[in-house]
Design a protein around this ligand. Structure first.
Ligand code: URA
Length: 204
């Protein structure tokens, strides 16, 4: 892991970190992850003319980009991705897990028109059991998006959730800052960072 990610993860994991500092570290980490996402986006070469009237070749993003944050925590990653990819459309999936069973329920879905050729970046900081992500991926695949056209971006995953997603959708691309080995009996990631949404939005 790049040292900058490790520094930011340490702030996020520390229970003494205030909401303001948690948000600051999460926003910075999101910028790092958004930069890494560029490696997964298809580009084509583009000839441009500089102010010195000289032609040179650069690159531009080839496909339509759609960001799909999973509510609520996924919203925290959106500004960093819009910073680098301002042309992206945004679709929203609302998934809440039952506190008793930890099973994800879809309560909101609002996606822009999606064609099979688009690239989709699914955003959710915490991949625990994988239930919400699995549900989101099934929705996207049913709409015709190819697995390899989907990139998932997260902050921490548990091995259990990561393995489930890789088993169901082996061709999906994933960028996750850290992987933890365990879930507790309430399906929180251990050591983890607690409830990302509560700490980011100040609702704990
Ligand atoms: N969601 C969180 O915010 N934290 C966890 O540990 C698991 C899911």
């Amino acid at each position: 892991m790049k040292k900058i990610k490790n520094l930011l993860m340490t702030t996020l994991r520390n229970k003494e970190t205030s909401m303001t500092n948690f948000r600051g570290a999460a926003d910075k980490l999101a910028l790092v992850l958004a930069q890494e996402a560029a490696d997964y986006l298809e580009t084509i070469s583009s000839t441009i003319t500089t102010p010195l009237n000289t032609q040179t070749t650069g690159v531009i993003i080839k496909k339509n980009l759609i960001l799909v944050p999973i509510l609520r925590s996924g919203l925290a990653l959106v500004p960093a991705f819009l910073h680098f990819y301002p042309q992206a459309k945004i679709g929203v999936i609302g998934a809440k897990r039952d506190e008793e069973t930890a099973i994800a329920h879809l309560y909101y879905k609002n996606l822009p028109p999606i064609s099979a050729d688009d690239q989709v970046i699914v955003l959710d900081p915490m991949l625990a059991t994988g239930g919400s992500l699995l549900m989101t991926l099934k929705i996207l695949i049913d709409l015709g998006i190819k697995e390899e056209q989907i990139l998932f971006v997260g902050v921490i995953c548990a091995t259990e959730g990561y393995n489930l997603i890789k088993k169901e959708f082996p061709k999906i691309n994933m960028i996750i800052a850290a992987q933890d080995s365990k879930l507790n009996d309430k399906k929180y990631i251990i050591p983890g960072l607690g409830d990302f949404g509560d700490r980011y939005f100040g609702t704990e």
